[in-house]
Write a protein that binds this ligand. Structure first.
Ligand SMILES: C[S@@+](CC[C@H](N)C(=O)[O-])C[C@H]1O[C@@H](n2cnc3c(N)ncnc32)[C@H](O)[C@@H]1O
Length: 575
């Protein structure tokens, strides 16, 4: 760990155990500290042959992003996506179970752990007809194969072993996994201890991995993995966190999401904090504590938390620059918290469309209708509505109804996400900007390939939407503006090598040399220099605010058309 401005405070016996404290003030977007030497960092089992087991670089994908072809949304597991540092990976010739992107990576992993692990994998592979071990078993195996070096570090970690023992199914899984690790690592008789003794040790290790490891979940690529660093593991949870963690290869970085004072506790959210309280509590159950953050103790919703958020001022440089909207959001008192919980519970308890044979759209339609009280009260940032908007954007986009997807995405960017994530560099907000840019490009090409492809004269709002496109929106200018916003905030959201920012810069490059690009850059620079000044505000409004506002004004009609079934069904007609 380089020069660090965090320290571990408190005691394991304290109510919330130890925690991280900052020894310096940080502003939102600042890197607090990075961790490059984790105890465990491995890809999940389903991706072992695509992800390098040393540097964890993502699978190689051949095609470059290009405005010459259709661009998929960044949220899909998208084979057209260019990934940073992506390289081809080759399987280990010894066990054939995992892979590396270079000889150097193979050597480093061999020295660190794979020399011992390779023998186990080869043996288990033969016994288990080539099956790959589950991710937690591989993680615990790595610990047990290096037990002499790991013992002290692991002993210091919180494991909630007693609480896990009362958990039923999760503990039954841990027990089975522990027996497997004990067997595979051939622990019986080691240091004079028998199988049962070692199985108890491994159970403790598995509980500690569950409590302290991060899931390196990359939703964009469906890639998961485990990362455990003993200092990062000391960061406690809050549903109103002041920091967040992101991963780059074997590195984890802790960044400020809100202003952090010198001496203040640094917290992150272990879960998605945009959901209602009952759901957050359920998701925190495996950590064995009851959260008492302001969101939980006051049972506040996203609007209430956002209102007093210290980051809202930063939004003058964002797609929702009107700070007064954050301060006086729609009243959440109109729909009772119990009704919201019930709507949410039904959405999440609902059997997935895959199980019922229902199409994703009919599933979304059922829940969109159930959300009517939220829509009527304009509580668009109340879950599950944001999830329904996102999924509808994906569905419309896959069905090449780009204009519909665009209107909903514009609505998300201006009316939903700013309240969920009040910091303007939130990764979700920037991904939506990139999605808007890509949809615009797709529409431009869709229109030139097949004029009026999405247009249906029987759909009342289509005529108005088409006129808006013709007279009020310059799609190329708006695309570039969206990409500039992503490039501008990319480094605060993540790292210069963040795939979303790289992709935005890659697409922007294709517009270089255009006259409007120069105008736009000058204009946006003015806005960046003085966002509250008349010129900056005017330029922003002309280039981004007005066109996005116009597009998002169609969102409710689009949602009704797609999910409310009050309009003729999508069957675009060439006009
Ligand atoms: C990753 S560890 C964090 C470090 C931990 N406090 C320790 O001393 O080892 C996660 C555990 O910390 C505790 N914890 C984290 N956030 C908490 C909070 N907001 N309130 C109470 N306990 C918390 C819980 O015991 C949880 O299982």
């Amino acid at each position: 760990m380089a020069q660090s401005y965090i320290q571990v405070s408190g005691d394991k016996a304290d109510q919330a155990g130890r925690h991280l404290t900052s020894s310096k003030a940080f502003v939102p977007g600042d890197l607090i500290v990075s961790f490059s030497n984790p105890l465990i960092a491995l890809p999940d089992s389903p991706h072992l042959l695509q992800v390098c087991s040393n540097c964890l670089s993502l699978p190689h994908v051949a095609s470059d992003p290009s405005v010459q072809g259709r661009l998929a949304l960044p949220s899909a597991s998208d084979p057209g996506m260019q990934l940073p540092n992506s390289k081809l990976v080759k399987a280990c010739t010894g066990c054939g179970k995992l892979s590396y992107c270079s000889k150097a990576c193979q050597r480093a992993d061999w020295k660190r752990i794979h020399k011992a692990e390779c023998k186990v994998f080869s043996r288990v592979g033969k016994e288990q007809e080539g099956k790959t071990l589950p991710t937690p078993v591989r993680a615990a195996l790595q610990v047990m194969l290096r037990w002499t070096e790991m013992k002290d570090l692991f002993e210091g970690l919180e494991g909630h072993v007693k609480a896990f023992q009362g958990d039923g199914k999760p503990y039954a899984d841990i027990t089975v996994q522990a027996l497997a690790v004990t067997e595979y690592a051939q622990l019986a008789g080691k240091d004079g201890w028998g199988v049962d003794w070692w199985a108890e040790v491994v159970k403790g290790v598995l509980c500690k991995i569950q409590t302290n490891a991060f899931h390196r979940l990359d939703l964009d690529f469906g890639q998961d993995g485990i990362f455990l660093d003993p200092t990062l593991a000391m960061v406690n949870h809050s549903c109103v966190p002041n920091a967040f963690v992101y991963f780059m290869g074997r590195n984890a970085c802790l960044k400020a999401e809100r202003p952090i004072e010198k001496g203040e506790e640094v917290t992150i959210s272990y879960i998605d904090y945009t959901h209602p309280k009952y759901y957050r509590l359920e998701n925190l159950k495996s950590y064995h504590f009851v959260c008492s953050c302001p969101r939980c103790s006051g049972n506040l919703d996203s609007y209430e938390v956002c209102k007093s958020g210290p980051s809202i001022q930063l939004n003058s440089l964002s797609l929702q620059p009107d700070i007064s909207k954050y301060k006086s959001p729609p009243s959440s008192k109109v729909v009772s918290k119990t009704s919201i919980t019930n709507i949410h519970r039904n959405f999440h308890a609902g059997v997935s469309p895959d199980d019922t044979g229902a199409t994703p759209m009919s599933y979304l339609s059922t829940h969109w209708k159930a959300c009517k009280p939220l829509v009527d009260a304009k509580l668009y940032a109340t879950q599950p509505l944001p999830q329904i908007f996102s999924e509808t954007v994906s569905q419309c986009s896959s069905a090449t109804r780009y204009a519909h997807a665009l209107c909903i995405a514009a609505f998300q960017a201006t009316m939903v996400e700013p309240y969920l994530y009040p910091h303007p560099f939130a990764q979700s907000r920037l991904k939506t900007c990139l999605a808007i840019a890509k949809l615009l490009v797709n529409i431009v090409f869709d229109e030139s390939d097949r004029p009026g492809a999405w247009y249906n004269k029987d759909v009342p709002f289509h005529y108005r939407l088409r006129s808006t496109f013709k007279t009020d929106i310059d799609p190329i200018l708006l695309t570039q503006a969206m990409l500039i916003v992503v490039a501008h905030y990319g480094e605060m959201a993540h790292d210069p090598q963040w795939n979303v920012a790289i992709e935005a810069r890659g697409i922007l490059k294709q517009f270089e040399g255009r006259e409007d690009r120069e105008q736009l850059t000058t204009g946006l620079l003015e806005w960046e220099r003085d966002p509250q000044g008349q010129t900056g505000k005017g330029i922003f409004d002309f280039m981004i605010g007005k066109p996005l506002g116009l597009l998002s004004s169609f969102a409710m009609e689009v949602m009704e058309y797609e999910l409310g079934k009050n309009f003729p069904q999508p069957s675009p007609e060439i006009h």
